[in-house]
Structure formats: C-alpha cells, structure tokens
Design a protein around this ligand. Sequence first.
Ligand code: MRU
Length: 349
Amino acid sequence: MIKTLEWTDEGVRFIDQTRLPTEEVYVLSRTYREVADAIRTMIVRGAPAIGVAAAMGVALGVKQSTATDINALRSEFDQIAKTIGETRPTAVNLFWAIRRMKEKLQALSAMPLPQIKAGLVREAQQMLVEDIAANEAMGRHGATLMPSSGGVLTHCNAGALATCGYGTALGVIRAAIGSGKQIHVFADETRPFLQGSRLTAWELMKDGIPTTVIADNMAGAMMRQGKIKAVVVGADRIAANGDVANKIGTYSVAVLAREHGIPFYVAAPWSTVDLNTPTGEQIPIEQRSAREVTHHAGKQVAPDGVNVENPAFDVTPNKYVAAIITERGIARAPYLESLQELEGAAVAG
Ligand code: MRU
C-alpha cells in the first residue's frame, strides 16, 4: 500500500505529492512548523490526509514541547493548533483533527506530561488506522452503486494519496473492481494542479486498474458518447444539507452528469461531514496563487499582468448528488434528514 504519510521517531514522513508522477520522493517534517508547511505547499493534500497530517503535526509539536506544567503545555498546544489551522481553510478534516487532539489533551490533562505526550502521539497514530478502516468500509458500501462494467469518471484525487491509504472515491472503485466489476476509470486531469493526471492516474496504474486521463473539458463529450456510466468524487466538506465542496471543476462535472442522466456520487469519511455548516454557502473556499493558472510546468501560459481567479474548490448543490457514501452507510436526499440519521448511527462495518 502507498504510504502517504507516516509517523516516525524523527518526525512525520510524507510522499512528496508535488513531485509525482515522475519522482517518488519521501520527505521528513521534523517540526510542527514543517508539517504546516507540507500541508500549505501540498506535499500532502486531500482532506483526510490533511486531517491526519494535522493531528501528527500537533502530536509532534507537543512531543517536542519544553513546557514544564500542564498550563504551559496547553498554551503551546494552542499556538501549534493555530499555526496548523491556518494552512488550508476548506477541508474540514483539518479542524476536526485539531479538535479531536484538543479533546484528547483535555482527557489526559491530569496525567504526568510524558504520558500526555505519548497519549497524543498514540491518538494521531490511531487516526491513521481509523482512516484506512473508514475507507475500506466506504468501499464496501459504495461498490454496490458502481456499474457492473463500463467507465467511471473521477475528478481530482480522492485515492490512497488523499488519505492514509485505499482512498474514498478510488476506494469505492477499488472495492467494486475487487468484487468483480469491470470498471475503466476516466480521470479528469484537474487543472490547475493536475491531481487527476499526476496522482490519480499514477496510483491507479500502480494497482493495474485500467485508466484513461482526459483534459477537464473532455468530460461532457465522453458522457455524450456513452463512455461514462457513473461519476464518483471525494469531498473536502459536506454541509448539513448535503451541499458538497470539492476540487474546483466538480460542480461542472455534476451538472454534466445530470444532463446525461449519469449518477453523481460523493464518497467521504464522516470527518468530512460538517453538520455545523448549514449549506454550501457558508463553506470557506481557499483561493490559491495566480501563478498556478498562469504557469504550466514552469512555463508561462498567460500574458503578464492578466487578471486571474484561482479558487481551489467549488460547491456542488445537493440536488446533483445521487448519494453520499460514508463509512456509516449511504445517505440519500433529503440530506438534512439522512445525514442527521447517520450522525446518530453506529459505525457500520
Ligand atoms: O487541493 P487538494 O488536492 O487538497 O484537493 C483535494 C480534493 O478536492 C479531494 O477531492 C478531496 O480532498 C477528497 S480526498 C479523499
């Protein structure tokens, strides 16, 4: 299995996703600030992976703290959480992970400091294990929704590289193929950062899964030609009403799928569901640098000084979403009710 991120005695080790697919290089973040930089610069990316990276960053910062009492450790924790919390705003998993680490700190606060530190390291490691288990459960639920054969389109990378392993949307595809379905993946290249062509294609080919990369503007034509039977994508944040924030371009894919009568599915762990955000309108959308749009592989592809927009994510309204696949089960419209029901549900195996 691809090791997207890993806790080591020296720090947090990441596969450097900015160097794929041509170089498989691993980098070590030795301090929580280096972990924050790895998240900001997208060495590690994808909502669930960002969440666990954040937890490990917090654990690393706490482990290296020189605080001599719990109050000093608490204030250092807040500084660490603030630095990591300011890296990327859209994926709610980041804030979920920081909150979970804070709750753990609270629960352990009567213990001696070395035990608190060890407990926080264990908690972050446990989150990695749980993430993989959640993806496998999502795979089992979602595989039933996949066609028995034909093309499945995905956008961005919601695979092993976006998680701690196996993937959400790509986990569903992996499970469907594992159950004997004959699926061919169409991977949108996903401009401007190219997570589809660089990362999704790389990890699917590593697994021997039939994959075709298309430029984003080809999806409609492929659907019209009958090459796509279903769409499955991941999510960065799912609002209480089922609106879905995901990589920029997801909304266009959902609208195209509706026009062609193709089901559009979202696969995400429960840590991506944000019942405190009522609708997609309130989801903060990260704006990234103009250079990602004006330059391609280091070469300038737009005139000097041109205006650029570069929102990293868009919101797909719930009406386009055929189902939301989580480790707790599958939610369908009306999402306000179905997501609330799953909130109370035990984690289904
Ligand atoms: O900017 P990125 O690469 O972090 O965006 C990733 C996505 O939009 C993914 O689709 C999403 O995080 C789900 S990953 C399982």
